[in-house]
Ligand binder design. Structure first.
Ligand SMILES: Nc1ncnc2c1ncn2[C@@H]1O[C@H](COP(=O)(O)OP(=O)(O)O)[C@@H](O)[C@H]1O
Ligand SMILES: [Mg+2]
Length: 283
């Protein structure tokens, strides 16, 4: 089922192998919730992979296990072949809700993590200034979060995630709270930053179009317990522009993925309709 990565033969950067994750303990009040079951996903170095799927199917759980915020109940998640033991500076994380400190200005928010880790200011300061320029916030270094729009706050979060020079960027619906136009801008910004730093990116979104626009590969998950249901490769070369949104590749992938996700949301009847509509080659 798994298609080979873009650099076939190369060891994966990230691997989920037979990952199960349940919350709570069997027999405890309320019982346990199995969020992921036999979740397998291998991501090549510098690949951009998006995950789409119904609410509650385990997308954030997968990301949190990879980030080291949660432990798998079974199976293993590896980065560069080593099991993830906890959070680390090689994995930058961006969430939907900006988690900026309101009493710190933009620059201090960006550098807080590296400063706390004892990195020398001579090292991180020039990098922070360059990053803020690259995310379009030059001149806003001394602004406070309340003075920024939602899109600008997400730019700060991205700069903060990149300041440790991570080779992996984990993004959980980072543009989900933004308006459509801002989202498009942020998607292009992300592709520009990828050109510049070439991180491996795992991106979670509700928005199938967003997933296709930014990704090399899009994974659709089943409803909970989540596993990989479908994966499609996006062949359009990067960087991509808005013309790509009108291409036949984009629209046919969008149709296929919307059906794959919607059938999980709606249940077996929609599933049958989706199977009937699915192009044979993609089955
Ligand atoms: N910390 C937690 N404790 C208990 N249940 C959780 C926890 N986090 C997530 N869940 C449950 O696990 C399932 C998957 O959640 P999540 O990974 O957040 O889904 P998604 O991101 O796809 O919406 C949901 O049923 C959710 O309620
Ligand atoms: Mg989520």
């Amino acid at each position: 089922m798994q298609q080979p990565g873009p650099h076939t033969g190369e060891a994966p950067k990230i691997s989920f192998a037979g990952v199960n994750k349940s919350y709570g303990t069997q027999g405890s009040r309320g019982g346990s919730t199995l969020a992921l079951a036999d979740f397998d996903l291998h991501i090549a170095p510098q690949e951009i992979v998006s995950i789409v799927g119904p609410t509650g199917c385990g997308k954030s759980t997968a990301l949190n296990v990879l980030a080291g915020f949660e432990q798998p109940s079974a199976g293993v998640v590896t980065v560069d072949g080593l099991p993830v033991a906890g959070p680390g500076p090689n994995r930058g994380v961006v969430f939907q809700q900006p988690s900026l400190f309101p009493w710190l200005d933009v620059l201090d928010n960006v550098v807080l993590g590296v400063k706390c880790r004892g990195v020398a200011a001579d090292d991180y300061m020039p990098r922070a200034m360059r990053l803020l320029e690259e995310v379009g916030l030059k001149g806003f270094e001394r602004h406070y979060p309340y003075q920024l729009s939602g899109g600008m706050q997400q730019r700060v979060q991205i700069a903060r995630a990149l300041i440790s020079q991570p080779d992996i960027l984990l993004m959980d619906e980072p543009f989900g709270a933004l308006d459509y136009q801002t989202r498009l801008l942020m998607q292009k910004l992300l592709l520009r930053l990828w050109e510049r730093f070439r991180p491996t990116i795992l991106f979670i979104t509700h928005d199938v179009g967003e997933a296709i626009f930014i990704s090399d590969r899009v994974i659709a998950m089943t409803r909970r317990p989540g596993r990989v249901k479908r994966e499609v490769r996006v062949h359009a070369p990067k960087p991509r522009d808005y013309e790509f949104l009108a291409s036949s590749e984009f629209t046919s992938l969008e149709h296929e993925l919307v059906l794959a996700v919607q059938s999980e949301v709606e249940g077996p009847e929609a599933e049958r309709a989706e199977r009937a509509e699915r192009p044979q080659a993609a089955a």
